[in-house]
Design a protein around this ligand. Structure first.
Ligand code: MF3
Ligand code: CO
Ligand code: CO
Length: 249
């Protein structure tokens, strides 16, 4: 790997570890009675205390430091006074900006006891992301990633959101390429060692269609079915990839 790759990987590793640690802190406070604003406050403070910035804050006018997406919210939920209740599922998405580089990660948390169906959705979404990460290496096609996710998710009877995708990441929060979470093996651009991007499938119990609420951000499932998401930032190597946003718990 060239020196340039090495520097990019080192910087993303640091930003990614701060983002992952922020989620490890979030994991300790997500329970019935917690407000999504208190999660935002924790993310803001934790990331600042680690000498980084929360990239979502003021990004294209986004008003908060993380995204909190509850139940049928697919992504980009805005933290508010909303109180979590037993049986909810909640995705928290954080992005740390450190020394000019980004690390982006999200997890879906189960609040108290959730339904069997919700548990299956969350598990299937995590598995789909990890299965895709496991096939990543130099010279595969982007479509191989999409196909791996889509096959796993549809076999479980769920659907893959098409309106949002993973993305290249580095000195910019969102850059080329678009990483679709559906597709056909052997299609699309080839990925190369040194590339850094996210894989962040959003999976619905019902249909895949989404719509944006009047706040201009919150994306929800059109049929109001539950939606889950996980996200890692990864760097491609010759034979596999490095996950920069692994949890430490
Ligand atoms: N973190 C999200 C992603 O995975 C992007 C959030 S943009 C924001 O790409 F403005 F909503 F924060
Ligand atoms: Co992302
Ligand atoms: Co994200």
């Amino acid at each position: 790997m060239s020196n340039n790759f090495k520097e990019a990987f080192e910087k993303t590793r640091l930003a990614g570890s701060i983002a992952a640690k922020a989620l490890d802190e979030v994991a300790k406070i997500v329970k019935p009675g917690t407000s999504t604003d208190s999660i935002d406050k924790l993310c803001y403070e934790f990331i600042n205390d680690n000498g980084a910035y929360s990239a979502p804050l003021f990004y294209r006018g986004f008003p908060k430091s993380c995204c909190t997406s509850v139940n049928h919210v697919v992504c980009h939920g805005i933290p508010s006074g909303k109180i979590l209740k037993d049986g909810d599922i909640l995705n928290v998405d954080v992005t740390a900006f450190k020394n000019g580089w980004h690390g982006d990660t999200s997890r879906t948390f189960e609040i108290g006891e959730v339904s069997v169906k919700a548990k299956k959705l969350v598990k299937t979404t995590f598995e789909a992301m990890m299965k895709a990460i496991k096939i990543v290496k130099d010279d595969i096609h982007l479509g191989d990633i999409g196909a791996t996710i889509q096959n796993h998710v549809e076999a479980a009877g769920f659907s893959v959101v098409q309106d949002f995708c993973g993305h290249g990441i580095g000195e910019h929060f969102h850059q080329e390429p678009n990483v679709l979470h559906y597709g056909k093996k052997g299609t699309g651009e080839k990925i190369k060692a040194g590339m850094i991007f996210t894989i962040e499938p959003m999976i619905n119990i019902g249909k895949f269609e989404t719509k944006i609420l009047n706040d201009g951000w919150t994306a929800v499932t059109k049929d109001k079915s539950l939606s889950a998401q996980f996200e890692h930032t990864i760097g491609v190597t010759k034979d596999s990839c490095e996950i920069f946003t692994l949890s430490n718990i």
